[in-house]
Ligand binder design. Structure first.
Ligand code: NDP
Length: 292
């Protein structure tokens, strides 16, 4: 559902949508408990002292609690050795009682992030970052665990009432966390997909051709309103602080909403959907590993 603004784009309310995803999930968690006599269980590992990471971990714990998913936090000392973290992951991989493992990034520098993420059992990889899950997605197979933010973006596009098939979609950003899996999900839904990045030439022109725009750059309001194709659906993944310390997106929201057909706000757009899909992935991991 979307909230119409007078004379401008529909604002896609990610906070409300995430609330509905969580409500529906709550019923599925209860049904799972009834059928299996156990609760889906997410383990979050926090290995740094980064205050933003601590907030994210706390929010993930609260979201789990709200839908009845069990969550456990492992708070490690920032000096924890690479071996000790890998040993913990090995233990969690073998623990029958654990359905999902999330390693909160960034990690202190003694850890090799790639090695750590690859050590997680792909069946418990609720972030969808393991090469087995990423590889399946790249082959058009979404039966594994798919990265949370791109899944949330697809749901937001659907919420806007935008059909994806045959549309020109542009993803700005090619990270493994957002840009690449985003492009793959759009391709699987038969959009004609382009990916832009820091070396892309004539970016405003590429944006102007696009019916669906996903901005996942990390540059404060870099995408100008005048770049947007009239009527386009705009999903803003960016999370940037402005000079006043306020959270803002990658798209100049106020100008863009005059031209776009539908647009996500920041905050209240993609962010809540990312957490909702972490919960969805934990449920999926529990069902896949233990049976429905
Ligand atoms: P990365 O830094 O990993 O990737 C950024 C991408 O943007 C890169 O591919 C980079 O290109 C591209 N880029 C940088 N500058 C330009 C430019 N001038 N023109 C075109 N492309 C450019 O970031 P992430 O993918 O991890 O995250 C992107 C944003 O999304 C961040 O603001 C992050 O905080 C936010 N985010 C929000 C989430 C949410 O839940 N709302 C979840 C995850 C991320 P190149 O590859 O050439 O360097």
């Amino acid at each position: 559902m979307t909230r119409a603004m007078s004379g401008g784009a529909k604002i896609i309310d990610g906070k409300a949508l995430a609330g509905r995803v969580r409500t529906a999930l709550k019923d599925r968690v209860q049904a799972f408990e009834k059928a299996r006599g156990t609760t889906p269980h997410l383990v979050v590992v926090l290995a740094s002292e980064d205050p933003a990471s601590a907030v994210y971990v706390r929010n993930k714990g609260k979201a789990c609690e709200e839908v009845g998913i069990r969550s456990t936090q492992h708070k490690l000392a920032p000096t924890t050795s690479a071996k000790d973290l890998l040993d913990l992951i090995d233990k969690l991989n073998r623990d029958e009682d654990v359905d999902g493992i999330l390693i909160q990034l960034p990690l202190p520098k003694q850890h090799d992030e790639k090695r750590v993420l690859h050590a997680i059992d792909p069946r418990k990889d609720v972030d969808g970052f393991h090469p087995v899950n990423a590889g399946m997605l790249a082959r058009g197979d979404e039966s594994g665990l798919v990265a949370c933010t791109p899944q949330g973006c697809i749901r937001l596009i659907e919420e806007a009432g935008t059909s994806i098939e045959g549309k020109r979609a542009l993803v700005i950003g090619r990270s493994n966390i957002v840009g690449r899996p985003m492009a793959e999900l759009l391709l699987n839904r038969s959009a004609t997909v382009s990916i832009a990045h820091s070396r892309t030439k004539e970016l405003p022109e590429r944006v102007r051709e696009s019916d669906i725009l996903i901005a996942a750059i990390g540059k404060l309001e870099m995408v100008k309103g005048s770049w947007i194709k009239p009527g386009a659906t705009v999903i803003d993944v960016g999370m940037n602080k402005n000079a006043e310390g306020k959270l803002k997106g990658d798209v100049a929201f106020h100008a863009a909403r005059e031209i776009a057909g539908a647009i996500t706000p920041v905050p209240g757009g993609v962010g809540p959907m990312t957490i909702a899909y972490l919960l969805e992935n934990t449920m999926k991991a529990a069902i896949t590993r233990r049976g429905a």
